[in-house]
Write a protein that binds this ligand. Structure first.
Ligand code: GLN
Length: 190
């Protein structure tokens, strides 16, 4: 059984654990560096990226996670988690983990629609999934080899770069496990 860690410092943690178990994997809450031992993949949940970054520093998790990312451990960032993974964040000098070859912009869906639900088409997976956007970022640009998996109103909201999957919205706040299943496939194939 694949073991998937969920960074458990702040944000939507329980919902990811529920989805991991729903697709037949074991979920492990990651709170300290030793929790990372033996995991097959890692989820970086949504929340507030600046807060999660401070906690990553405080609990000495930034560097161990960066090292695992560079070794090829599959990682899935949702919303704030995508911001943590990105190589570049618009308006910021430095990234957080900085491992995924995308440029992101925070809170990019405007104040009047800070939070909303909609259906998103995933052409490659031939599926339509429900999506919850909460003060969501979007991907402004990607390197050539990055696979764009979904757009919403012309904006990239789901992409895969090698072992990294980044999502603007919150699939874990719906009952649909399509994207979690896709992440598990990425773990199996990597
Ligand atoms: N706006 C948040 C940030 O910049 C992300 C919101 C979320 O994860 N739902 O970190």
């Amino acid at each position: 059984m694949k073991k998937i860690g969920v960074l458990a410092l702040q944000g939507a943690i329980r919902e990811h654990i529920y989805q991991i178990e729903a697709v037949g994997c074991e979920a492990i809450a990651i709170k300290k560096p030793s929790d990372l031992e033996g995991i097959d993949g890692l989820i970086l949940p949504g929340g507030e990226s600046t807060t999660i970054r401070k906690l990553l520093d405080r609990f000495h998790l930034l560097e161990p996670i960066q090292n695992l990312a560079k070794q090829g451990l599959p990682m899935f960032g949702t919303c704030a988690g995508l911001i943590l993974l990105a190589r570049e964040i618009v308006g910021y000098e430095d990234p957080h983990l900085g491992v995924m070859n995308v440029v992101v912009e925070r809170n990019s869906f405007g104040r009047q629609v800070d939070s909303f639900e909609c259906d998103i088409t995933l052409p490659k997976l031939q599926k339509v999934v429900p999506a919850v956007f909460i003060r969501a970022p979007h991907i402004i640009s990607v390197d050539e080899h990055v696979e764009i998996l979904a757009k919403y109103e012309e904006r990239i909201v789901l992409a895969r770069d090698r072992n990294f999957l980044g999502c603007s919205f919150h699939p874990e706040l719906t009952k649909d496990v399509t994207i979690m299943q896709y992440f598990v496939e990425l773990i199996r194939n990597h």
